[in-house]
Write a protein that binds this ligand. Sequence first.
Ligand SMILES: Nc1nc2c(c(=O)[nH]1)N[C@H]1C(S)=C(S)[C@@H](COP(=O)(O)OP(=O)(O)OC[C@H]3O[C@@H](n4cnc5c(=O)[nH]c(N)nc54)[C@H](O)[C@@H]3O)O[C@H]1N2
Ligand SMILES: Nc1nc2c(c(=O)[nH]1)N[C@H]1C(S)=C(S)[C@@H](COP(=O)(O)OP(=O)(O)OC[C@H]3O[C@@H](n4cnc5c(=O)[nH]c(N)nc54)[C@H](O)[C@@H]3O)O[C@H]1N2
Ligand code: SF4
Ligand SMILES: [Mo]
Length: 731
Amino acid sequence: MGPAATSSPFRVVHTVCSHDCPDSCGVLVTVNEGGRAVKVEGDPAHPVTNGFLCGKVAKYLDRVYSPDRVLYPLRRKVGVAKGPLAKGREHESFERIPWDEALEAIAERLKQVADQYGPESILPYSYAGNMGLLGYGSMDRRFFHRMGASQLDRTICAEAGGQAWNHVYGKKLGTPTEDVKLAKLIIAWGANIHGNNIHLWPMVEQARRNGARLIVIDPYRTRTAALADWHIAIRPGTDVALALGLMHVILRDGIDDRSYIDAMTVGFDRLAERVREYTPERVAHWTGMTAAEVEQLAREYATTLPSFIRTNYGVQRGENGGAATRAICMLPAITGAWKHRGGGAQLSTSGAFKWDKQTIERPDLALKSPLKRLARVVNMSTLGQALTELGQNGDATNSPAVHALFVYNSNPGAVAPNHNAVVRGLARPDLFTVVHEQFLTDTTDYADYILPATTFLEHIDAQGAYGHYFAQYSHQAIEPLGEARSNVWLFSQLAQRMGFEDACFRDTAEEMIAQALAPDESGHSTNPGMENITLAELQQKGHVPLAFHRDPENHPFKPFTEGAVLTPSGKIEFYSEALGSMGLDPLPGFIPPTESRWSEAAKQYPLELLGRKNDNYMNSTFANLPGHRKMESRTSQRLEIHPVDAEPRGIADGDRVRVSNGRGSLLLSALINEKLPAGVVAARLDWAKLHPDAVNVNALTSERLTDIGAAPTFYSTLVEVVRDTQPAPKG
Ligand SMILES: Nc1nc2c(c(=O)[nH]1)N[C@H]1C(S)=C(S)[C@@H](COP(=O)(O)OP(=O)(O)OC[C@H]3O[C@@H](n4cnc5c(=O)[nH]c(N)nc54)[C@H](O)[C@@H]3O)O[C@H]1N2
Ligand SMILES: Nc1nc2c(c(=O)[nH]1)N[C@H]1C(S)=C(S)[C@@H](COP(=O)(O)OP(=O)(O)OC[C@H]3O[C@@H](n4cnc5c(=O)[nH]c(N)nc54)[C@H](O)[C@@H]3O)O[C@H]1N2
Ligand code: SF4
Ligand SMILES: [Mo]
């Protein structure tokens, strides 16, 4: 549905929620005569959105029209030091300037930094605050390639699991979301479906009405776990052992699918040999389950078909997260669950969207940069090190220090691990920082320039998804508020100010979406799997299924059931030569995290911390809005702790506690929770500046990286907790 006029004074415009969520909902925005959005609702025609929105986006107009929106370019006042600012008083440190002046000054300074230190001393920092095809990465990528700025390795979320999955299956494909209603057994494995992926829930409910059971494997009793038939509160970081233990029982009892294994996989014999050591008793020792429970889970999983595993990114946020995802995702290949419609697994569906990224991002422009090559790569998950150690005295890498940081689509001052190192870096007076944002966040408090960004109601985009198989078009529903501008506009303008003359810097949003579809003469996309899609149809209908998902009733899509698999061997790889050649274990094997109850460090910091997401925020997004905060009031700034851990520490419910480790400390108030496994504590990700001591849970997390994918290890964090007897801080 386009922005076409009707006889009613209201228009209904199809947009797409661009927040970092698997569901990528179609959102219908009702706009009144005055051009103001008055209603948002889920598109009833979208088979996964199903006419409803999650709690946080149902209240989206509170965000769009919030009095706290950044609406004009701002410049730090001369002499004001960088550091956390009290909410509501940020404007005292900044002055409003016209866009022209901001763009000129930023371009000038970037040129100067590039001349003096080399272009690689400029670091873009962005993630999926905007998941749109263009909003996530398009004109910005062109701009930074052309300049020769450092490339950012975008690892903060999904790289451990994503790469692990690809080492097994070659491509991120999974069971179609709508088919989950046909499953007879559903396992949510490190996946908070009800909180983070709500549009899968109706499928789960429908399956259960038809007799399916829901099993949740999660150390924390999430909303999903509380609603399950069986909640297995596994100890963090022990999933590899459990998955291999399930295989042990399945192979021992001969309830695997040998014909599927023979036809579709390689390395089975070596895997079978490996799993022999993972007896139910040993697995019980690591996971905290009983051996009988391991046996029961294995038999139930292998003998109930179709069985579906929703694994999300929870298990891969630990040190052995790559091995865990590999082991878990191999299970449906052992039982042949892929053969049954509704069976299989889903980590992500993103591999199905083959937009023409080369044209959108233009890495070839790097050849025109002063470097004449692609620039060095900096890992976003070690931002603290990048800002405080890289290129500094004593760094042997001979790599330039970061002298300019350009942040958009992300709030590293809240979300990046090792918060204290990150803000030490951000506070460097010699670091030139630009932040393009909708709100005054933990990161803008360190900016030299703050530029106002649009929301998904205010610009044009297209979008794929990581939780379904529909491409979508997001029309512009309303005019940008104030002087807010889209990412595409910003980097197009900056490119002109830098003197980049390449025509691609003048492409409009529509032109870029057309380029991403790479149409043939008839207008149909030539991208594999998108051949049925034309720009006109996408604009008109709002959502279009990918080619293989056009007629699910007659031609259901069953991944990994026929043909070649996109791994080096062309088969599903239980044993990965590729991993072996990288010096990694070619088979999944359980190594306890160095920050876990099994490690040396646990003597000093014995509790395993889960620094969790919130059901009513999106990572750090929404945390500043009063209505959203209210919905999180029960767990906000609390430390959840089991009575057996609280009692010996003299901690009672509501007591102020100090949570600390060698990296930092945080004041929270205790919330006794007997549903946690003993030895595990939990706290929530929040804006640092909203805490009395201006830090958040990431003051405790480390820059250690995962076994596969060089991703962060948020969920492998050891801490100690003491009752705090100091006078209450002001805040
Ligand atoms: N409401 C809401 N929705 C969101 C987000 C949000 O912040 N809020 N974030 C979005 C983003 S960026 C992403 S990546 C997705 C992520 O979606 P999920 O992958 O579901 O994200 P998490 O909440 O990180 O992890 C899921 C669960 O894994 C559990 N877990 C932690 N450690 C372990 C472990 O060692 N083993 C097992 N089995 N489980 C473990 C956690 O307790 C958590 O409940 O959700 C997206 N959707
Ligand atoms: N402790 C702990 N830390 C975590 C996690 C955790 O579970 N626990 N989760 C991790 C995960 S999975 C992820 S994905 C990361 C997410 O980290 P981020 O990518 O930083 O995600 P958000 O916190 O949602 O912040 C996105 C920001 O982008 C802004 N934004 C939105 N749209 C636009 C736009 O169009 N243009 C511009 N310029 N800005 C825009 C929003 O206002 C918001 O401030 O956090 C990670 N950090
Ligand atoms: S955050 Fe997720 S569930 Fe909520 S509207 Fe956006 S895509 Fe849908
Ligand atoms: Mo994420």
